[in-house]
Unconditional design. Structure first.
Lengths: 362, 408
């Protein structure tokens, strides 16, 4: 809101590295843009100390002005209320129109891009992409309905199948409550069934390894000689987030209290090693050639199936460089859109990651 | 090509003409005032990304791009504070950025120094209007002259009002988390009471050791009447407490964790202590005259403890994180703070171009969502708790208080 002339003066001043103007000049330049101190004191909460309004004597007459004009203040606040209402009406309309537009586009995508449970089609959809995430992570939400768990497990199974077909060997699924961790065997069963429906005969079926932090690995390790794809699936919940870091701190504090560790020894590398340990595949007894299959601790792409991008307790340490994509992100975080786990949303995320635009028609 | 350049010049000229400029200024003020009528995020973080790319695409020097970025920052800070945001956190410089060209790093440091020292010149102005400036990060990586400017500005504004500007200067989030862990560990490694001189001012009028002696005498007396089993137990407890002093000094590990088991048998002694500190999280370690330090139990470390050791302690939770320039990563910024309920927004605009017009839809969307979740608290934090259609209608009603919207 600075006028152009003043901006030019300021820029020239910056170029000369603060040599041209002294403090008083700058204050004069700024004066027209500063809010009225009295206004500031009244608009900010009552906690603001009175010291501030008394601090200056030079602007005392300016400070008195608005107090004498309650009508003007009243009208101003009414005007603001009105503007608030109007902007939100207009914004609401625009958002609805955008939502409608995106809903139609998404339906078209859903028709054009459908997997038909055929790995070849999915492979074809990702063939043109410049890069694929090595480790894909997904945030899912448990719905409130009675069959929410079965819906969720089916979503995980679908995602597992799509990832395997697309050639992503590492998938982690975050669900806040951690309900998935309590039924790993059942989930393994469901995913295997789903994979069978995609891949057909058992000989072509990918090997599946399912595990969660502090839980044993379920499923058998891939045969390094076989050609079939493999999938490592990690289940995460909110306890793997801040809570893990708290647990680590507890352990470190204990060690420090016992004199086993100096606080100076705590480095980002140490924390990283410890945190990563949890999400990597626990080594089974007698494993030798499986080192290549360990999970990459930091996901490359995080897909959020929700109306807006919220991490919702996702483990913080690992997402430093993770790209994020929200399937409902295109309408400024409006609700009621983009929640369903759909193939077209999954594909959109992958295309976005590769820096490509999705087009109508394969 | 030439015509588009002329057009843009014409547009600039029109925008800069006094009446238009006046109108735009007032329109902005009106919008900001309107924004204040609704819920406003208390804490907003910005990743100021795109200065260099802006400079490259506009054919100006990188340093100049950073200067324009600073102008954009001033613009957006004005919008934020006027609309009621309490805390703004900006990512000014990453620890990783030290790897950039020396020329650019020096220029950025120079800019920071100039800005901060200029700020210090406006002492009373800042007092009247100013926000608190805090610099978060590894200050030890800064050069001494920059550090001096930082300290001066922070000191000068430390008494200011309730608005806060957090500048993350040489900062990465992993470093912050690590530092928080380290500080917590250090805090918990401090003995509660300095062991060798237990007669500090905080002492009660009763001597603890005296009480312990009395209790012990009682236990011994009573146990002599009772069977030999408890006798041996209590004496063993006593002896371990006395004999193991040197051993405990060397290995506090066993002290904390064996004390529980060894004293659980000598019940009188243990209960007597627990009465003194019922569940204060104090690991009762030793009964003999304070030759060994007492620690706070690590089990009392919670998420809040760590949050209080983060650099952003004392600020409201992060409501919104905005990153410009279309890069959709956090790049090691506010990992701890933003992973719960923060709305993360990636905008496809370069930071020097960032203005109210880009920020407004984000804020409006946030207001809409918050109004909805306040009106329907069950759905808060839930992406798809209820059927979207009905809830949408409700939002419209509450936010807009208009029925005509239904026709949309």
């Amino acid at each position: 809101m600075v006028s152009r002339a003043d901006r030019e003066i300021l820029r020239a001043e910056i170029r000369s590295r603060g040599g041209k103007l002294n403090a008083a000049d700058r204050e004069n330049l700024l004066k027209p843009y500063l809010p009225d101190p009295a206004e500031l004191a009244s608009s900010s909460s009552s906690s603001s100390p009175p010291r501030r309004s008394r601090a200056s004597t030079s602007s005392s007459q300016r400070r008195q002005k608005p107090r004498k004009k309650p009508v003007r203040t009243f009208l101003k606040s009414q005007l603001h209320h009105l503007t608030y209402a109007i902007t939100h009406i207009v914004f609401g309309i625009v958002v609805r129109l955008l939502q409608a537009y995106h809903a139609i586009v998404d339906r078209v995508f859903a028709i054009v891009y459908h997997h038909h449970r055929t790995p070849e089609l999915i492979r074809k959809d990702v063939r043109g992409l410049k890069r694929l995430p090595q480790h894909l992570s997904v945030i899912l939400t448990l719905q409130k309905e009675d069959d929410a768990l079965s819906v969720l497990m089916d979503e995980v199974a679908e995602l597992a199948a799509w990832s395997t077909c697309a050639g992503i060997a590492q998938l982690s699924v975050y669900e806040k409550s951690g309900v998935l961790k309590s039924c790993i065997p059942a989930l393994h069963e469901i995913i295997s069934t789903k994979l069978a429906s995609y891949f057909g005969t058992p000989s072509q079926q990918p090997s599946l390894q399912l595990f969660a932090p502090h839980h044993p690995v379920h499923g058998n390790a891939p045969d390094p000689k076989s050609e079939s794809p493999s999938l490592t699936l990690l289940l995460l919940s909110s306890t793997d987030g801040r809570e893990t870091i708290v647990d680590l701190t507890k352990t470190l504090a204990e060690m420090s209290q016992h004199g086993k560790l100096a606080p100076e020894d705590i480095t980002p590398e140490l924390v990283d090693a410890e945190i990563s340990e949890i999400t990597t595949l626990p080594l089974q007894a007698g494993s030798d050639g499986r080192a290549s299959n360990t999970l990459k601790p930091e996901p490359d792409l995080l897909l959020v199936f929700g109306p807006f991008l919220k991490l919702d307790g996702y483990p913080p340490w690992q997402i430093r460089l993770t790209e994020m994509y929200c399937t409902g992100d295109r309408s400024h975080g409006m609700t009621g859109y983009g929640e369903a786990v759909e193939y077209q949303g999954f594909m959109r995320g992958l295309w976005h990651y590769a820096g490509a635009q999705m087009r109508f028609g394969r | 090509m030439a015509s588009s350049m002329h057009l843009s010049r014409l547009r600039k000229w029109i925008l800069a003409s006094p009446p238009i400029e006046y109108a735009i200024t007032h329109l902005k003020e009106l919008l900001v005032g309107a924004l204040r009528q609704g819920p406003i995020p208390q804490h907003v973080a910005f990743v100021m990304d795109g200065n260099r790319r802006f400079a490259r695409t506009h054919g100006i020097e990188t340093v100049e791009g950073h200067n324009l970025g600073f102008e954009a920052l001033a613009r957006i800070l004005e919008v934020c504070y006027k609309s009621g945001v309490k805390v703004v956190t900006i990512y000014a410089f990453s620890i990783e950025n030290f790897k950039r060209s020396k020329f650019e790093v020096d220029a950025l440091m120079d800019m920071a120094k100039v800005k901060l020292s200029q700020m210090a010149q406006h002492g009373d102005l800042l007092d009247r209007y100013g926000a608190k400036v805090r610099v978060l990060g590894r200050l030890d990586l800064l050069k001494p002259d920059v550090l001096a400017a930082v300290n001066k500005a922070v000191d000068l504004t430390s008494r200011n009002g309730d608005r806060v500007l957090n500048i993350c200067f040489p900062y990465t989030s992993r470093d912050e988390i690590t530092t928080a862990i380290r500080d917590t560990v250090e805090d918990y490694s401090e003995p509660l009471r300095p062991a060798p001189s237990p007669n500090g001012p905080a002492r009660t009028p009763f001597s603890e050791s005296h009480i312990v002696h009395n209790i012990r005498a009682q236990t011994l007396g009573s146990s002599k009447i009772q069977d030999t089993h408890s006798d041996s137990e209590s004496t063993s407890a006593e002896s371990s407490a006395q004999d193991d002093d040197s051993f405990l000094q060397n290995d506090p590990a066993s002290r904390v964790y064996e004390s529980g088991s060894s004293f659980s048998s000598s019940t009188t002694l243990h209960l007597g202590q627990q009465d003194g500190h019922p569940h204060k999280g104090v690991a009762q370690t030793n009964t003999s005259d304070g030759d060994s330090p007492v620690y706070i139990s690590p089990e009392t470390i919670s998420r809040q403890t760590l949050s209080d050791h983060m650099l952003t302690k004392g600020t409201p939770p992060l409501d919104m994180l905005v990153r410009t320039s279309g890069v959709e990563r956090l790049s090691d910024f506010m990992l701890w703070q933003c992973h719960e309920n923060t709305e993360i927004v990636f905008l496809d605009v370069l930071w020097p171009e960032f203005d109210l017009w880009h920020f407004l839809p984000v804020l409006l969307g946030w207001q809409r969502r918050i109004s909805k979740s306040r009106q329907n608290p069950d759905a808060e934090g839930n992406f798809a708790g209820d059927s979207p259609d009905t809830s949408e209608e409700d939002v419209e009603k509450v936010v807009l208080r208009q029925s005509k919207v239904k026709s949309v």
